[in-house]
Write a protein that binds this ligand. Sequence first.
Ligand SMILES: Cc1ncc(COP(=O)(O)O)c(C=O)c1O
Length: 442
Amino acid sequence: MTIQRTSGENSEAWFAKARELLPGGVSSPVRAFGAVGGTPPVIRSAQGAFVFDIDGNSYLDFVGSWGPLILGHAQPQVVEAIEQAARRGTSYGAPCQAEIELASAVVSSYPGIEQVRFVSSGTEAVMSAIRLARGATGRDLIVKFSGCYHGHMDALLVAAGSGLVTFGQPSSAGVPEGYTNLTRVLALDDEAALEQLFTDEGDKIAAVIIEPIPANNGLLLQRPAYLQKLRDLTSRHGALLIFDEVISGFRLGPGGAAEHYGITPDLATFGKVIGGGMPVGAFAGPKAIMEHLAPMGRVYQAGTLSGNPVAMAAGLATLQFLKANDAWTQLEARGQYLEQLLNNSLSSSPIPASLARIGSMFWIAWYADTPPRTAEAIAEETGPFYAHVFHGLLARGVALAPSAYEIGFVSLAHSNEDLEQLAATLTSVLADLEPPAASGVN
Ligand SMILES: Cc1ncc(COP(=O)(O)O)c(C=O)c1O
C-alpha cells in the first residue's frame, strides 16, 4: 500500500514556511498530519460542505473545523450576524445584549441549568468548571476517564484523547506530577472500578468529569446504565457530575447528551457549536453552584474577551437556525442514511471494521466487529491502517480528520449526494487496499 500525497506545490511551499515559523507548522497539533504522514493542504476558503486549498483542490469536508460547523462552512445567516456585530464594534469589555440572549438560549435548552458563564474555548470552560467544582464542594479530587479529552488544562492531561494517543504520549511534558496528583483516572464502562473508587475516596471527590458521548478517542458510546451509575454514585457521595459537552452540546440536540440519556449533570461545559465557528466556550449549572463564582462568590474566573459580542452573535445565529429548522431531526436522518451507506462500504473492507454513530457524529472502528466502548479496546494497528484510508480519500477529494481516533461530523450542508460520495469513495479506496501485511506510513 502506498500513500498518495495530495498536497500541491503551493501547499508544500507554504507549509515549509509554516514549519519555520510555527512549531510543527501548525497552531494545534493534529492538523500537522503527524499521524498519517504527508503535508496538510493549506486552506484558502470554505463554503457549505467543501473546503478549498491554495492549489485549487476542493475537498468534501467531514471535519467541520473539528465539530463547530454544524450548519456548514460560511453559512449565510451566521456570516451576516458576524458582519453586523463587527460593524457595531468587536469588543466592549462590558455586558452586551448578545451574551444575555445566548445565555437565555442555553438555559432554555439544557436540563437543570440556570446560569451560564462564557469563556473563549472548551479548555477554558473545563478549567473553570473544575475550579468551581472544587470551590463549591471544598474538596480537591477530580475523577476522569481514560480516552476522554477535556482540553489541555494540566490536571486533566492524563490518559486523554486523540492528540495524545496520536503522538503516543500518555501525558504531556511540562505538567509537574504535583498537578495531576489530585486526578484519578478510570477506564470507561467499568462499574466495579467506579464503586471501588467511591468506597475508597468518595468523601474527597469534588467532581467526576466525563464526555457523556466520548468522542476524542474514537466514538466510545457508553451504556446508559453506566452513565446512570455515575449519576447515582456522585449524588450519593456529594460529588459533582460534570458533563463535558464541548462536542455533543447542541450537536446531538438542544439538550445535548443530558437530554438524550435523561441524566442531568450538576455542571455542563460547552464549546464548538455554541460559538458557531467563533472562539467560544461556556460552563453552566444551577444558581446554587454558579453563584460561587466571582463576583458573587469566592471562586475567581475572568476573561478580557469573554462574552465577546461578535462571537456571541455567531453562536446565537447558529442556535436560532438550528431551532427554527428542526435541524436535529434532519441531522439524525442524514446520520442514519450515512450509517446505512458506510455499513455497505465496510462490508468490502479487507479487515473487520464497524461503524459507531450517534446523531451526526460517526467513527469507523478498524479491526473491530463491533465498536469498542473503552479506549483500551481499540486495536493498535488502527493508526497505520487508517493512514492509508485517509490518504486514499483525500486524494479523491474527501476529507476525514487526519487521525484514526477523531470522529467525523455531518452538517446541514451535506446533501444525500455528499454522503453517497463519501461512501462510494470509501468503497473505492478499500477496493484498492490489500490486507495490510506490514503496517507503517510509507
Ligand atoms: C470534549 C472536549 N472538551 C474540551 C475540549 C477543548 O476545547 P478547545 O479545543 O476549544 O479548547 C475539546 C476539544 O476538542 C473536547 O472535545
